[in-house]
Design a protein around this ligand. Structure first.
Ligand code: B16
Ligand code: MG
Length: 216
């Protein structure tokens, strides 16, 4: 384990709940039903792919200009939700785990589909931990394509097989596996069953626990 690459939303901060609220508000305006189950399928997808899924669910065909307007609206609401994000919103155990990785000389990367990732890292004061940040502004193909993680591994100068990815979304687990990475799911084992291991939280987790889970 030469490096760890972390997904952001749902892994290091609980911003996934704010994405849900913003998409739900947009879906309501479009008279489309949108619940937690629908939201699960959007986790890890880019903004545009998420909107497309919602429109398909509602049977709506819209032109690109209208889609841009809708995405801007959703992002404006989302930014309002995260504008007050504070270091206290970092999920339990994450900071301690990052400190342990640093002490052991394991490199740390971010691999997020979000275009708002840098802002969240700054607000939560986690930015200094990351050797590399790859986010939705730097990739052509979003998860489940492995580009975001491959790009991160390249910049960290490590091979995918030397990296453990932490992901809360099925699309992200698929992305990591198809890129040849080790992957630990963070959350519900039923949703993340393809991951090599699943944790509910980083609380109490050590790098050596991860090596043991993955036989590294
Ligand atoms: P934005 P992650 C993803 O972040 C979210 O899981 C997903 O719900 C969101 O649509 C996507 O970022 C794009 O985010 O609208 O902020 O650019 O989980 O890959 O860190
Ligand atoms: Mg996520």
């Amino acid at each position: 384990m030469k490096a760890c690459i972390f997904d952001m939303d749902g892994v290091i901060v609980d911003s996934a709940k704010y994405h849900f609220l913003a998409w739900q508000r947009l879906a309501e305006e479009l008279s489309i039903d949108f619940d937690h189950h629908d939201n699960e399928a959007l986790k890890g997808l880019s903004r545009v792919d998420s909107l497309e899924r919602i429109l398909i669910k509602g049977g709506l065909l819209l032109d690109n200009n209208t889609k841009e307007v809708l995405m801007e609206k959703k992002n404006k609401w989302y930014l309002e939700f995260i504008s007050d994000m504070r270091p206290e919103e970092v999920l339990p155990g994450v900071k301690e785990f990052l400190v342990m990785l640093k002490e052991e000389g394991v490199k740390i990367g971010l691999g997020s589909s979000s275009k708002n990732a840098q802002m969240i890292l700054d607000k939560t004061k986690l930015a200094p931990f990351f050797d590399v940040v790859v986010d939705g502004n730097q990739v052509t193909f979003s998860k489940p394509d492995p580009e975001v993680f491959i790009n991160g591994a390249r910049q960290l100068n490590v091979l995918p097989s030397e990296v453990v990815v932490f992901e809360d979304a099925e699309a992200g687990v698929d992305a990591a596996l198809s890129g040849g990475f080790h992957v630990i799911g963070v959350g519900d084992v039923n949703v993340l069953s393809k991951a090599e291991g699943v944790i509910r939280t980083f609380e109490g987790l050590t790098p050596s626990d991860v090596r043991t889970m993955l036989n590294l």
